[in-house]
Write a protein of this length. Structure first.
Length: 334
């Protein structure tokens, strides 16, 4: 019997083709979906990168601008640094010179100070003994004065007019009188130097007393040769600063005002101001004494402000237990 032939197997049937088509369709759909979202993400990334680039460019421009300014200022800074180094070298040289002089004179100064202290102590003791013997009739000897100015104070303050008229025409004479006043006080417990504006010669000693040593006296006189702080030719600021800062009930203090002119608006207002702070005690004495030296001005210069200074200081000295001395030494002019 003849075997029946089996049916031929179809590899690419319709079902298989449907499956393959669906798979390809899915792949194509995924590809389309992924490409559809990509442009928006890329555009966002481009914007962010563009912003960062612009920010970096702006920062770069700022850095370039700062660099240009620094390069422009660098030569002047280098020159300033060179000048400061030169000043420092000079100051070091001056310091070395001062230290050398100080070491050389320290031993002599110590001996001199000790002897002067013993002498002053002996004079003070003698004065107390004389007071006890003579009672209320005791008066200081005439030699306790220089150029008519009493020198019986334990503390002294110099208030110096540093204006142009003084600096240009009366400074050598002022230095000479300063030395004479200091010589009249062999030893004091403390002293101070300021301008008529109340500017201290040594700011580190503001509110304190300068030590009284030969070295300190020489240092003050040396510095005074070219010490010219601003001045308005009115001593009221310096007097007020001195009294308010240094007055003490247990100290005998004298102010020495050196000047040649008064350019303030009112003599009466200055007198009232000084009266208000340098008040009288129960015995009628003022807190501090005020002495003054009036220096001459050039003969060809206006005399009005010089006369006002003399008038002001005569009144202040008379009201505050002091003495005014008017100088007339043409040899003091430069």
């Amino acid at each position: 019997m003849r075997r029946r032939r089996s049916r031929d197997f179809e590899v690419f049937s319709m079902s298989f083709l449907d499956t393959i088509c669906c798979a390809f369709g899915a792949v194509i759909l995924l590809f389309v979906l992924s490409k559809f979202g990509e442009p928006e993400a890329l555009e966002k990334s481009r914007e962010e990168l563009r912003g960062r680039v612009l920010a970096l460019q702006k920062e770069l421009e700022e850095i370039r601008g700062a660099t240009t300014i620094l390069n422009r200022d660098l030569p002047s800074r280098e020159q300033q640094l060179s000048e400061e180094r030169l000043k420092l070298a000079r100051l070091r040289g001056d310091l070395s010179s001062v230290l050398g002089r100080y070491k050389a004179s320290a031993q002599d100064a110590e001996v001199s100070n000790k002897l002067e202290g013993q002498l002053v102590a002996a004079q003070q003791q003698l004065t107390e003994d004389m007071k006890k013997v003579l009672g209320s009739d005791y008066r200081r000897a005439p030699q306790d004065a220089v150029a008519g100015l009493p020198v019986d104070s334990e503390y002294i303050i110099f208030i110096i007019d540093t204006s142009g008229s003084m600096a240009n025409y009366a400074w050598p004479l002022m230095l000479r009188k300063m030395q004479e006043v200091l010589d009249a006080y062999p030893s004091v417990k403390g002293w101070q130097v300021m301008s008529d504006e109340g500017t201290y010669m040594f700011t580190s000693y503001r509110g304190k007393w300068l030590p009284d040593t030969p070295v300190q006296r020489k240092l003050v006189l040396d510095r005074l040769r070219d010490w010219f702080p601003f001045s308005n030719s009115s001593p009221v600021e310096g007097i007020v600063e001195a009294i308010r800062t240094y007055y003490s009930g247990d100290k005998k203090i004298s102010l020495y005002v050196f000047g040649d002119e008064f350019t303030g608006s009112s003599i009466d207002s200055v007198v009232r101001t000084v009266d208000s702070i340098n008040r009288e005690d129960r015995t009628g004495e003022r807190r501090v004494r005020i002495h003054a030296l009036g220096f001459p001005v050039r003969p060809d210069a206006p005399q009005f402000t010089s006369i006002r200074f003399s008038t002001l200081m005569r009144v202040l000295c008379a009201r505050n237990g002091g003495t005014f001395v008017g100088l007339n030494e043409p040899g003091g002019y430069r």
